[in-house]
Ligand binder design. Structure first.
Ligand code: SF4
Length: 323
């Protein structure tokens, strides 16, 4: 598989009255063509800002975003506009990302009009209906408005819009978290089918590890703007190494009355992302923290088979021979 996206030392800082907020802090990863990378973490960990910075919805503070061999963080706005159709985003809440005054067909048609695709009206309308078929949205909804549809159908409009310009990379920002479980499964299956059919590459952002388990090839776990664990999806679940990832995993319900997973409840204060100190940002909530954790930031290191972990005590707390 060839690499489609390479993110190198990406930072996004925001000036705030009390200093500088480090929303994304030195994030590095690669994403191969046709694969899905899950980005997981609690609300406020910087995962959505990471997605927006990669797609230049907000400009990076520093770092590189190499898409198809070009650093798109450094190209001009004009050059980026020409690339925009290849890089799309699906948002969490379709109700706020869709225009309430536009019908379903108008919403899907809008990107085609902006990018002057299918100038012939009849052909454009045909394309809109084909896109509705692709995302499983019945044609009878074409003249309806978002408020007349349920959450699942609204999200299908968002996906049809995302697909309309034939993208290569789609950043899916919590695309199923506003939906009930049954609809979540339908939308996830639809995204996976579309990936197979069209060779799409996804960056899938979520707070829910159980959701990315089924869709991702690799997972990055983020904590306060930084990646703390990164590896293949199956490895993350079979050999969880970072204390924070273990806590996240313990929160996934087990669908069995006989089996029980011990829930790790995180206590302690969250480290401030404003002017953070040189320390492990998870230290105030980590039961294994030592003086070293409060005094030096751990590096993200390969502990075997490409399994990357940022923890001073990873070798002490785990049997790395099994990794
Ligand atoms: Fe916990 Fe220390 Fe590891 Fe951070 S570096 S996760 S505080 S043991």
């Amino acid at each position: 598989m060839s690499t489609l996206l390479e993110v190198k030392n990406l930072k996004k800082y925001f000036p705030v009255p009390s200093g500088t907020l480090h929303a994304v802090d030195d994030v590095t990863f690669t994403l191969d063509q046709g694969e899905t990378l899950g980005i997981v973490g609690e609300s406020g960990c910087g995962k959505s800002t990471l997605g927006k910075t990669i797609l230049r919805l907000t400009n990076p503070t520093s770092g590189e975003v190499i898409y198809n061999g070009r650093n798109i963080a450094a190209i001009s706005d004009k050059e980026f506009v020409a690339l925009r159709p290849e890089l799309q985003m699906i948002f969490q809440d379709p109700m706020s990302s869709l225009n309430p005054r536009m019908s379903v067909k108008e919403q899907i048609e809008e990107p085609l009009l902006i990018y002057k695709r299918y100038p012939d009206r009849a052909e454009r309308e045909k394309k809109v209906l084909e896109l509705m078929d692709t995302v499983g949205l019945a044609r009878r909804y074409a003249d309806m408005y978002p408020h007349e549809l349920d959450g699942g159908r609204r999200q299908r409009i968002g996906i049809a819009r995302g697909l309309s310009l034939e993208p290569k990379l789609i950043v899916c920002d919590e695309p199923v978290s506003a939906l009930d479980v049954l609809i979540q499964a339908q939308i996830l299956n639809l995204l996976m089918d579309l990936q197979q059919e069209k060779g799409l590459t996804y960056m899938f952002i979520t707070h829910d590890l159980s959701v990315v388990k089924h869709i991702s090839n690799n997972i990055c776990v983020m904590y306060l703007g930084q990646i703390v664990e990164k590896c293949e999806t199956s490895r993350l679940f079979s050999h969880t190494l970072h204390p924070y990832t273990k806590a996240l995993l313990s929160a996934i319900p087990v669908p069995s009355l006989s089996k029980k997973r011990e829930r790790i409840i995180l206590k302690g204060e969250l480290t401030s992302p404003i002017n953070p100190k040189n320390c492990c940002r998870f230290a105030p909530r980590c039961i294994y923290a030592t003086d070293e954790c409060f005094g030096t930031a751990p590096e993200l290191k390969d502990v075997g088979n490409g399994h990357m972990v940022a923890c001073h005590r990873v070798a002490e707390l785990n049997d790395l021979s099994e990794v």
